[in-house]
Design a protein around this ligand. Sequence first.
Ligand SMILES: NC(=O)c1ccc[n+]([C@@H]2O[C@H](COP(=O)([O-])OP(=O)(O)OC[C@H]3O[C@@H](n4cnc5c(N)ncnc54)[C@H](OP(=O)(O)O)[C@@H]3O)[C@@H](O)[C@H]2O)c1
Length: 323
Amino acid sequence: MRAMRAETFSGYQGLKLIELPKPAVTKGKVLVRITAAGVTPLDHTILSGQFHGSKPPLVLGNEGAGVVEEGGGTDFPVGSRVMFFGTYGAFEDGTDSEWVAVRKEDLCLIPDNVDDVSAAGIPVAYLTAQVALTLAGFRAGKTVLAPAIGGSIGNAVTQLARALGAKHAMSSTTNHAKAEQAKALGFNEVIDTSLEKLADGVRRITSGYGADIVIDGIGGEVLSEALGALALEGSLITLGYSASRKTTIDVTNLIVPQASIRGLNMFAQPKAAITDAWKVIVSLLKAGAIKPIVAKTFPLAEAAGALRYLIEGRPFGRVVLTI
Ligand SMILES: NC(=O)c1ccc[n+]([C@@H]2O[C@H](COP(=O)([O-])OP(=O)(O)OC[C@H]3O[C@@H](n4cnc5c(N)ncnc54)[C@H](OP(=O)(O)O)[C@@H]3O)[C@@H](O)[C@H]2O)c1
């Protein structure tokens, strides 16, 4: 089978299209013919040699969608469409390939109203977003900020918070054109940080109240600005570093509102947290209350270009490989 493998963790040129044996189906695993694979910043972190625990050679791709060929039993009959995320593409070979033997517990049936390309970009973003909201104690009526409306996490948190009854589901972008695009797509609480500071935008939208919950995948100055937007007893969950792993914070942004900050690692989640998150996500997908956004697809052979487009082009929506 064809697979796009990182032979070395030395940047884009480390990726090579190669032939590998089709995986064997062992107990508890389901053979899935991959139709589409989501491209994520994790691929870039690994390919740059900056992710703990990953070792080359490694087929990248942390999430995907496809069709069950064998081993799914009655839960996932042959021919059923599935999507999944797990340690694939990080600690074992991933979804940038024609087949993957997937642990049954990682699979989720794709609702009929969602196509494979959209489905491939759902697991990482939406599971992370839902797990983060739960961890932060989200309930209807809360005010939520998730920076970067065009990014996968920012968009998924905003869509979920809105669908689940947030009083305000706010996001941001550093790019004026993306702010306009967001408005056209119906995201009405997006702060254009080329015009206004993040915390000022949050105070304006919430009439001075602030954000009960911030879910941040950007790090750097965005994280430090977002801390200044927290409401009394608010909490910020840091889970990514698209801008930077490092930042400086004003500690009074935590002290004065008695706010808190904590981290989230999706590879360390208990199974029950993922199962519960899938239930919420699938029901909102079926109801059409959340709608995954795909910016562009690339064929498997152009995986390097796809990743470069995600990281350097900063598109609005997901980048997906068609296999
Ligand atoms: N902890 C976990 O388990 C976990 C799970 C999932 C993801 N993550 C991490 O979370 C982070 C976000 O993932 P994602 O999929 O949402 O990324 P993404 O789709 O690539 O979006 C990132 C967004 O960040 C903004 N950005 C990029 N560089 C920036 C900079 N220098 N300054 C300010 N904003 C910048 C851009 O928005 P604008 O151009 O609109 O400003 C961009 O669209 C990544 O680091 C990812 O690895 C971690």
